[in-house]
Design a protein around this ligand. Structure first.
Ligand SMILES: [Zn+2]
Length: 356
């Protein structure tokens, strides 16, 4: 074994700040997803050819995702991804990781440009509504998208919001019983319902779609007459969503205005641990299928106002469906001297990327 290992070179990819890019962990999650797609496909064999074909396509695309990675490397041994195939599926753990890096990079660049022009302040807003079940999810997402546009159109909001980034996240509650951890995090909530650890979880099998919003405001916002209190944000979102109750809304000032600190709050779509559920394949299948339909052809990410203008001026490509190879500040100019190419391929035996 020792000898074999000497001949094999595994991929070790680090960002310029020294952070390890764990490709193999993401690829393993991606293969789990591919397996789930395969099982959904099999469940439709003979009974539903359209669904069979849809999930066959999902299975094959996800399996092929990021199997070969080609990097450019300079004499300083700095490395940049040069070529790879990404499946672009909404639920793919590899692609979603690349997208979140890309969102971070795009939002950082936009904020940097805005700040160089005129200094601003930033707010982080979370917009939610009640949990929904699988059947209600698709329609709820439609309503949220419409509500978002209504919300941006309200005078009180327009007076304050100079620009925004909006990302959709859907979390799924996979726990049938209330765990210690869950109880610790929402003690008051469970107490109010008279529930304790080990009881049936009232939110089991429910989806929680919500928006993460980054808002650009004038520096003077906090002292201005236009300042909106928490209750006002809550009322405005309730009105936009046409709800008959006040939803949970969270608003806070983003501390520090360095571009990186601000971009940190920009989030994206879904956590793969919510739907690639190791110990429950049937549940995984139903959640993956629900999310796959609900997220198709949707804009999960959008920019407005000056953030949208800068996105255009800086010539940034489509955040979701654009290039996932060249995503961050990894520009070719940063590589110095002579360039070499290095290729790594996914090896099913090692379950790792191996130099070829
Ligand atoms: Zn992918």
């Amino acid at each position: 074994m020792e000898q074999l290992n000497n001949q094999v070179e595994f991929l070790e990819d680090k960002s310029s700040s020294g952070k390890i890019r764990d490709w193999s962990r993401k690829k393993k999650r991606n293969l789990k997803l591919s397996e789930i797609y395969m099982m959904i496909k099999e469940s439709y064999r003979k009974i539903h050819s359209e669904k069979f074909n849809r999930f066959l396509n999902r299975e094959e695309r996800s399996r092929m995702c990021a199997t070969v990675l080609q990097f450019k490397k300079d004499t300083e041994r700095k490395r940049k991804l040069h070529q790879a195939y990404f499946c672009q599926l909404r639920l793919c753990p590899v692609c979603n990781w690349r997208r979140s890096l890309k969102i971070f990079s795009q939002v950082s660049k936009i904020i940097q440009a805005i700040e160089q022009d005129v200094e601003h302040a930033y707010l982080f807003l979370t917009l939610t509504q009640k949990n929904v079940n699988a059947e209600e999810l698709d329609q709820t997402l439609d309503e949220m998208m419409k509500a978002w546009n209504r919300f941006l159109g309200y005078k009180k909001v327009k007076d304050v919001v100079k620009g925004s980034y909006r990302g959709l996240e859907i979390t799924y509650d996979k726990n049938s019983k209330i765990t210690k951890n869950m109880y610790q995090q929402k003690k008051d909530y469970y107490k109010r319902l008279g529930l304790k650890v080990g009881d049936e979880n009232p939110n089991f099998d429910m989806y929680h779609p919500h928006f993460h919003v980054l808002i650009v405001v004038d520096k003077s916002y906090f002292k201005s007459r236009k300042y909106l209190k928490h209750e006002e944000w809550q009322e405005l979102w309730s009105k936009a969503m046409r709800l008959d109750y006040l939803p949970q809304v969270n608003i806070k000032k983003v501390k520090g205005n360095s571009a990186e600190a601000v971009a940190e709050v920009a989030k994206y779509s879904a956590k793969d641990s919510d739907y690639v559920i190791e110990k429950n394949i049937d549940l995984s299948m139903s959640v993956v299928e629900t999310l796959d339909y609900a997220l198709q052809r949707r804009r999960l990410v959008s920019f407005s106002g000056i953030m949208k203008e800068w996105h255009k001026k800086l010539n940034l490509d489509d955040t979701e469906d654009g290039d996932l190879v060249h995503i961050d500040s990894e520009k070719d100019e940063e590589l110095e001297g002579e360039m070499t190419l290095e290729t790594y391929a996914w090896n099913v035996g090692y379950m790792n990327y191996v130099r070829v």
